[in-house]
Design a protein around this ligand. Structure first.
Ligand code: IPM
Ligand code: MG
Length: 371
């Protein structure tokens, strides 16, 4: 296959070190790519007032996909305080770059696999193997928020009843986005031999928005009679997941519920050191470890890079290099199962790069055996 072009976006905090770890493994696996570095993260917010500068968006337009590490986000007031003096009073507001990339590039699928790797001492139960399909472009993430209720809204009777100092956030759900995320979940189920899809909502309270999602889910499910389909309220789902995690295979849900549920699922298979995501659209995708920038660990080579390495595996797979992806996955499994090289979260004392080298070595040994 031809050389792939990857936008490489390490970001800040622990982003650069987990990205470096992923690169060691990609290189060891013989993945053929050029990596084009892109500016993203807190320092660009402070110096330019934009954590995702236009030049980085242009870079995305010239690459096959992107790999993203992590970036720091701070609450609105703190963000404004940290802006360079000349940028104050410009009315700039900080918005999460990863959320912006998801929306600007219409990366409507957030795919988050959660599998208990054999031998991981952090597994909540063995044999958990589920994937979360999180709608990635709308819902509570549209950024339509008001610290005070706009006067015009007071024409609506229900709004008039709210206290004058209420802040409000608006949630938007469309049939189109609901259909396409549920469709993606069913297609995944068919392709990967999964027997069950569960749509998660809160339609008993969020009647309008979750109503749209649920209707769309039922409509799509009717086209896949061979796949078992069921629905659950998000609160009950949390309970069922902890009670019977092995019963679930594919979970599909709206943006914020997916954000929350995927952390719950991640913790059942080892926590954020194992949680990885593909933000996938029709023609472009951004892969990332799901964890944040963990500033307190930055530069200490302490955190578990397996999330980042698994995100790289998912990227390679999406690019059509199934064989390389499978070898990376087997090497990760091998390192986890042997349990010799472990970061602090797994009870060990190995550093970030020790894990990367152990996985890289395992990939290389497999190459040697095959040759
Ligand atoms: C995630 C993260 C992001 C989100 C944050 C960093 C904006 O929690 O990818 O799950 O809320 O989507
Ligand atoms: Mg999250």
């Amino acid at each position: 296959m031809s050389q792939h072009r990857i936008a490489w976006l390490p970001g800040d905090g622990i982003g650069p070190e987990v990205c470096a770890a992923a690169r060691v493994v990609l290189d060891a696996a013989g993945f053929d790519a050029v990596y084009l570095n892109g500016d993203i993260g807190w320092e660009f917010w402070c110096s330019e007032g934009d954590a995702l500068p236009q030049r980085t968006l242009d870079l995305l337009g010239k690459t096959d996909c992107a790999f993203f590490g992590a970036i720091t986000s701070k609450p609105a007031s703190e963000a404004v305080r940290e802006l360079a003096p000349q940028l104050h009073d410009r009315g700039l507001t900080y918005r999460s770059p990863i959320v912006r990339m998801r929306q600007l590039l219409d990366l409507y699928v957030c795919l988050r696999p959660c599998r208990a790797l054999p031998g991981n001492p952090l597994n909540y139960r063995e044999d958990i193997d589920l994937v979360v399909f999180r709608e990635n472009t709308e819902g509570m993430y549209i950024g339509v928020e008001f610290p005070k209720i706009p006067e015009a809204f007071r024409e609506v009777a229900a709004v008039r009843q709210l206290p004058a100092d209420a802040a409000i956030s608006i949630r938007s759900i469309t049939p189109r986005s609901s259909r396409r995320i549920v469709e993606a979940a069913f297609q995944y189920a068919v392709k990967h031999g999964r027997r069950r899809v569960t749509a998660v909502h809160k339609a008993n309270v969020l009647r309008a928005t979750c109503g749209v999602f649920l209707e769309a889910a039922k409509e799509v499910a009717a086209r896949y009679p061979q796949i078992q389909f069921d629905t659950a309220n998000v609160d009950a789902m949390c309970m069922w997941l902890l009670k019977n995690p092995r019963d679930y295979e594919v979970i599909v849900t709206t943006n914020l519920f997916g954000d929350i549920l995927s952390d719950l699922c991640a913790q059942m298979v080892g926590g954020m050191g194992f949680a990885y995501s593909g933000n996938i659209g029709q023609t472009y995708a951004v892969f990332e470890p799901t964890h944040g920038s963990a500033p307190k660990y930055a530069g200490r080579s302490k955190v578990n890079p397996l999330a980042s390495i698994l995100a790289a595996k998912m990227m390679v797979e999406w690019l059509g290099e199934a064989e390389i992806a499978a070898r990376i996955e087997r090497a990760v499994e091998d390192v986890v199962a042997r349990g010799v090289v472990r970061t602090y979260d797994m009870g060990g004392s190995a550093g970030t790069m020790d894990i990367a080298h152990a996985v890289a070595e395992s990939v290389a040994i497999r190459d040697a055996v095959r040759a």
